[in-house]
Design a protein around this ligand. Sequence first.
Ligand code: 5AD
Ligand code: SF4
Length: 433
Amino acid sequence: MSKKLFIETLGCAMNSRDTEHMIAELTEKEGYETTDDFVEADLILINTCSVRERPVHKLFSELGGFNKKKKPSAKIGVCGCTASHLGEEILKRAPYVSFVLGARNVSKITEVLHKDKAVEIDINYDESEFAFNDFRSSPYKAYINISIGCDKSCTFCIVPKTRGDEISIPADLIIKEVQKVVNSGVKEVFLLGQNVNNYGRRFSAEQEKINFTQLLRRLSTIEGLERIRFTSPHPFHMDDEFIEEFASNPKICKSMHMPLQSGSTKVLKEMKRGYTREWFLNRVEKLKTMCPDVSISTDIIVAFPGESDEDFADTIDLMKQVRFNQIFSFKYSPRPETEAESFTNTVDDEVASQRLSQLQSLNNEILDELNAKSLGKVYRVYFEELNRDYFVSGRSDNNIVIKVKGSDDLLGQFRDVKITSIGRTILTGEIVA
Ligand code: 5AD
Ligand code: SF4
């Protein structure tokens, strides 16, 4: 009987892809098979996120839960960003853990498996050209890494300490990978990197000079590839050439994630984001002018140290001007080894909660207004998931989740769908063509 592997994945799309890489290595080289039930697993992995504090606390209680109910012979491994930043400490706090594998060391999964109490967390380890085995959780769309690490030094962010310096993956490897998934039937790719539009800044060996816009142009010549998405671009690197390519290239999906963080230039400066409120608004205006159907999503942090009522009002005002289609909003959470950790002008937690709920109510109002305008409109949907009650769902080009009644015949297919009813996060429609 084959050995069973259970993996829980927290955090961002980058982690989801790391999980796919670990599954690929463990199934191909070690004969594992995945399971959804950790109680029957021979290996339990938790692929962690450390961007905010709460999940770190949760990690240890979860590990305790795994340890209590797991098979006596089963191993537990802690992987991902929290593994990178806590390292040895995980083994001290949870001595039943077998190994700790950092976010920049995923390719060593089959090595650490056989070394008791291994801790592999070198953030300078270069995996940018590692040839992983192949595993993809969806046959319809594929995550493709284009860079690893992050070269920025945003004062709130732990990521550069867990994923190391930014290294771009050579363009010829990316193109080959995309060609391979397209040959296997995938029609949509999702390019991944911490700052995708900084692509090409540094490679691990001598490479041809190529930037993100040029990479997009090249990828879009691949026959059979119909949609290209990417995350996350950085507002600082959104030059005219990039926005023009985004708007004019029909294969690039018209949905842009623009992580704002704050609408106040003063706070942006304290965060070391590298742009001002005016630059952000200017980029949004250019984007909307060139591409009227674009949907824009963002990340916002409230109550960063020193954020005054006026600064927060600037964020609210910017939200009203931009009318984002989706906002991921967070209370500032101090992280170890970051510059902002030592800032003493912290904002009272009650004020932080109040700001977060004000922001989220405004966002819901805006979303309801935007969604109401979708009623009766027709979107081209790429179907990728079978849901309960005979519904099948997919996304429009501009990233709206849309479901229709139907069967698995629709999976992997494009259809025109007319919207018949509206929810806040998902729209329902019927196929018209
Ligand atoms: N506190 C709160 N939110 C954070 N993020 C990153 N670091 C922190 C932090 N210390 C948010 C940012 C980022 C998203 C992935 O997580 O908004 O864009
Ligand atoms: Fe963190 Fe800033 Fe890098 Fe994003 S760009 S991962 S927020 S340091």
